[in-house]
Design a protein around this ligand. Structure first.
Ligand code: COA
Length: 674
């Protein structure tokens, strides 16, 4: 059985599940030390109405936990990430307690105590005697396999590991371990629960250190072994090519030395090469600078550090895949989103090329014998979709854009991957059609990747080329006979909405929002956004004017009223069912996008155009109005699209675009001059 089928027997998208249990009303976190309060704060901010019990055996950490959670809430309200009334509810109903009896009605108990098997077993023995038969019980261990902790329990089938990453209230990934003692329902429920509450859970096998800590702990341990030839700050600065912060900086931040000693000692069951460096036991803080500090490193030393650190990274990555501990997608994703790598290990390998990876691994084998090497040709570790989950329901391919760290914003690579999945399946007679959706409950997609836009600013040719490159997916969808349905699970903005409206039909959840916010960036939707809505739903023309020139948001209900959306579902799994049904409904009945000229009302240009409290650029709006009107007057759909591409290029050369995009990237409000 391949790893994906073993770990994800039903689907790789957690929200396809219809949960078998309701959301927990009461949750306990055992251990108020380092990570426990952060897990508690995540749970309370995701589900403010729950009762949360933070349990510890001593009072001091409980007092500190209360201070920490109150501080987080204050910060969130100051930054306007949380409203005052919500802040109040988050802080209510948290009990900081030393009495286990309080947790008796909890539906979920997460243990986050010290990494010590007898201690954990004692905690679970106590918990099991107090809580109900159906309570799900998990441990946040970062290294101990589930069977060693839970096998002695009376009902191990409702237990597993749920491993969070620091800071647990913000870091998206949670490893959920599928082990032979747990029943599939409990693991699948947790997989759904974490995604439903805003996390990005990944399922891994029950190996020592699971998946991501095999990378992280060995990465740190190897850095420490390199101290015989380089300083901590030299090592940190060299590997900043690959990570946002070097291993010594992170070890300082996380008080990580004792953790690496523990986890690597455990990994020594797999061989003495995992032995933790001795000096980890004698050092409290490493002498290293902040990320980005300038450090002198000779070219030779740089190569030594680089090769060794890539050696350990690649070795662990091969091993994880060869042993089926996790999938390539999840490893690549988790390293970036949980561990602060700038690119996933398989992206780094792709950039290096096979010859260079082979050289690095040859050298690593000589310097560090015993560590795993690739068991398959290097090409076998490539060829997967970095940003898409692809599942199948009833013969329909469901494509989920998974980039929750950027609200599923669409990069060039995502565009290419979508096109590849469509092409790979278009001639397969067993595939009835496609559904495209976004990961999580928040966003279908927050638009095209704004990080890419500066390259097109002030450069007409580059802007047209960019629009046309992005348009390849849409043009392919236009000529597909097999249906493709957009399933809008939250915000569909800008470039994301341009993909959605080009699908052959659309369904949505009741919280879906549709918006073209481009004008707030001083630009326009240039990949069909000024053209397609009018040709598909002319009855909505006035609303589209407001959406495109004033960034007006519309709800799922309004989208139904103008015919854009055909069905609204209560939740994500309901939406997928509707989308699959819609693929079947429109089989063989695809409607062509209107070809000829269109009669649409003039686009009004207000004297002082505003989007909420933001004053917009009149210059940008006049280019938008001209593009919409000329697009509608075009004789053919292809001509109209061309007018859209040219409009996006014209606007990319304005001051408004420069200001709007810089402001977004600098996280400030734009100030448009004209
Ligand atoms: N391109 C690139 N990154 C994007 C993005 C986009 N279109 N939309 C969101 N992101 C990133 C943010 O930069 C942020 O990254 P960071 O955590 O590294 O800083 C992350 O996604 C989360 O977004 P954030 O703004 O912190 O979340 P929020 O809940 O406060 O706001 C939005 C959500 C969608 C309202 C806001 O991100 C936004 O306005 N995005 C741009 C939408 C847009 O103009 N799209 C049109 C482009 S075609």
């Amino acid at each position: 059985m391949d790893t994906e089928t073993k770990l994800y027997p039903v689907s790789t998208n957690p929200l396809f599940f219809t949960p078998t249990r309701s959301l927990p009303q009461e949750i306990a976190v055992i251990g108020a030390g380092t990570i426990g309060p952060d897990i508690g704060y995540y749970l309370k901010s995701a589900l403010p109405g729950i009762k949360l019990y933070l349990v510890d055996v001593v009072e001091e950490p409980l007092k500190n936990a209360e201070k920490r959670i109150t501080g987080y809430v204050q910060k969130a309200t100051q930054k306007r990430k949380m409203k005052e009334d919500q802040a109040q509810t988050v802080l209510e109903n948290i009990m900081y307690t030393m009495d286990y009896e309080h947790i008796k009605n909890c539906d979920l108990v997460i243990e986050a105590a010290t990494e010590n098997i007898p201690l954990k077993q004692k905690i679970f023995d106590t918990v099991e005697k107090i809580v109900g038969e159906d309570t799900i019980i998990t441990s946040n261990t970062s290294s101990i396999p589930a069977d060693r902790i839970f096998s002695a329990m009376k009902k191990p089938e409702r237990t597993t590991i749920t491993h969070f990453f620091a800071p647990a209230w913000r870091s998206l990934p949670v490893e959920v371990i599928r082990w032979e003692g747990a029943n599939q329902e409990a693991v699948d429920y947790l997989f759904w629960f974490f995604a439903h509450t805003g996390k990005a859970p990944i399922i891994t096998d029950n190996a020592i250190c699971f998946m991501l800590d095999r990378i992280f702990d060995n990465w740190c341990n190897e850095a420490v072994y390199l101290l015989d030839c380089a300083s901590a700050s030299q090592i940190d600065s060299v590997v900043e090519e690959f990570v946002f912060a070097g291993p010594f900086f992170v070890l300082n931040m996380a008080n990580g030395n004792p953790i690496v000693i523990e986890t690597n000692t455990l990994q020594m069951e797999e061989g003495s090469h995992y032995e933790p460096a001795l000096i980890l036991g004698s050092v409290e803080k490493w002498h290293t600078g902040r990320p980005g500090s300038k450090v002198e490193v000779s070219a030779d030393l740089k190569n030594t550090i680089r090769d060794r650190m890539l050696g350990i990274l690649f070795s662990q990555s091969f091993d994880i895949i060869d042993r089926g501990i996790g999938t390539k997608q999840d490893l690549n994703f988790g390293c970036q989103v949980a561990l602060g790598f700038k690119k996933g290990p398989f992206d780094i390998m792709r950039d290096c090329g096979e010859a260079e990876v082979t050289r690095i691994m040859g050298k690593f084998q000589q310097e560090r014998p015993g560590f795993p090497q690739a068991k398959k040709p290097l090409s076998d570790y490539q060829g997967f979709k970095r940003f898409l989950l692809v599942d199948e329901v009833d013969g329909v391919k469901i494509i989920t854009i998974r980039r929750p760290q950027a609200m599923n914003a669409i990069s060039d690579e995502i565009n290419n991957e979508i096109l590849t999945v469509l092409k790979e399946n278009i001639d397969n007679p067993s595939v009835k059609g496609f559904v495209i959706s976004g990961y999580g409950n928040a966003a279908f997609s927050a638009g095209a990747d704004i990080g890419k836009f500066p390259q097109t600013l002030g450069n007409r040719d580059a802007a047209v080329r960019y629009a046309k490159d992005c348009a390849q997916v849409q043009l392919f969808m236009d000529q597909m006979e097999k249906p493709i349905v957009a399933a809008i699970n939250g915000m569909a903005l800008g470039g994301g909405l341009e993909i959605a409206i080009r699908c052959h039909s659309m369904v949505a959840t009741k919280n879906a929002i549709f918006q073209f916010p481009e004008v707030t960036l001083g630009i326009l939707p240039g990949i069909g956004g000024c053209i397609v809505p009018y040709r598909k739903w002319p009855q909505g023309a006035k609303l589209f004017h407001e959406m495109i020139s004033l960034a007006r948001r519309i709800t799922a209900k309004e989208a139904v009223d103008i015919g854009m959306v055909v069905k609204i579902a209560e939740d994500y799994s309901g939406m997928i069912k509707e989308a699959v049904q819609e693929v079947k409904n429109i089989q063989g009945k695809k409607q062509r996008i209107h070809e000829g000229k269109l009669d649409i009302p003039e686009v009004p240009i207000p004297d002082q155009p505003m989007a909420g409290k933001l004053a917009l650029s009149k210059e940008a709006i006049s280019i938008i109005a001209k593009t919409i009107e000329n697009g509608a007057a075009a004789d053919t759909f292809a001509d109209a699209l061309e007018i859209g591409y040219q409009g996006s290029a014209e606007i990319a050369c304005t001051d408004a675009a420069k200001e709007g995009i810089s402001a977004f990237l600098e996280k400030r409000k734009p100030e448009f001059k004209k």
